[in-house]
Design a protein around this ligand. Structure first.
Ligand SMILES: *[C@@H]1O[C@H](CO)[C@@H](O)[C@H](O)[C@H]1NC(C)=O
Ligand SMILES: *[C@@H]1O[C@H](CO)[C@@H](O)[C@H](O)[C@H]1NC(C)=O
Ligand SMILES: *[C@@H]1O[C@H](CO)[C@@H](O)[C@H](O)[C@H]1NC(C)=O
Length: 239
């Protein structure tokens, strides 16, 4: 054991001066200053009679080194925490960011309606449904996340001939509440349309859909002119 320890000391002694000579780092300067120190060592309590016998520098640098290591470690822990929360925030902002849908009525040759109550309109020809917010069976869009959303719809009806009554009214609904509506009641022309766009602040789970108001009807949309679309403008945190 003793031989081994001596061997280590000799080896270190041989290596250290070379290292000292090659690189001049703050630690090396500290080490040298400590090695040059001729008075009593200020770092009491530390066991200097180890393998680094005769090397005062090791003893004096040990405490600041340990402190440096400790602070560095604590800083790294803090940085790691910050990085983690930053990455969570980025994920929160970017995840489920792409929300958009577009759908239109599939061909109707006759009329949709009239009904004796307000009925939701199922736009079944879905051409876009990113984020899967739109349910074509119900014609309902459910906000997958909170945010500012834009919705547009076009209502169109063709009653076939002048003198026939165009009589429609559709309304954009948010959870049972009327947000916007478009209507027509005339015998002057045979076809008519209207378009609306609204911006809505939604919470996650809010539902937006279109209704055909009772007694009204939409006729002969053979081109899919009746449409409903929407998209997330930007996410907001749920309140
Ligand atoms: C330590 O002593 C050596 C030799 O006397 C000298 O060259 C060197 O500059 C000293 N280092 C410090 C940091 O005082
Ligand atoms: C669905 O909409 C697309 C785009 O408007 C259209 O090309 C297609 O013919 C429509 N399909 C049906 C079944 O209405
Ligand atoms: C149907 O919609 C009309 C027009 O907005 C409204 O006055 C009426 O109260 C609605 N009926 C029901 C049962 O919600």
């Amino acid at each position: 054991m003793k031989i081994a320890a001596v061997a280590v000391v000799v080896l270190l002694g041989a290596l250290c001066p070379c290292l000292m000579a090659q690189v001049s780092t703050p630690i090396n300067i500290l080490w040298q200053a400590a090695a040059n120190w001729t008075g009593d060592l200020p770092c009491g309590g530390w066991d200097c009679d180890c393998v680094f016998r005769n090397s005062k520098g090791c003893c004096c640098v040990a405490v600041p080194l340990f402190q440096l290591e400790e602070t560095t470690f604590m800083r790294m822990v803090d940085l790691w925490k910050d990085l983690n929360s930053l990455s969570n925030k980025i994920q929160e902002i970017t995840a489920r960011r792409n929300v958009a849908f577009a759908a239109s009525l599939t061909q109707i040759t006759g009329c949709f309606g009239p009904f004796n109550k307000n009925v939701s309109i199922s736009y079944c020809n879905v051409t876009l449904n990113q984020g899967y917010g739109y349910n074509q069976a119900l014609g309902t869009f459910t906000a997958p996340r909170a945010g500012l959303y834009s919705f547009s719809y076009t209502v169109y009806s063709n009653v076939g001939a002048e003198g026939e009554r165009i009589y429609y009214k559709v309304q954009l609904m948010k959870d049972g509440q009327v947000i916007a509506s478009s209507w027509e009641d005339n015998r002057e022309d045979s076809e008519d349309s209207a378009t609306q766009t609204v911006l809505l602040q939604l919470k996650q789970g809010n539902q937006v859909y279109m209704e055909l108001v009772l007694g009204r009807f939409l006729c002969a949309d053979t081109q899919g002119y009746n449409s409903f679309s929407g998209y997330l403008v930007y996410p907001m945190s749920d309140i």
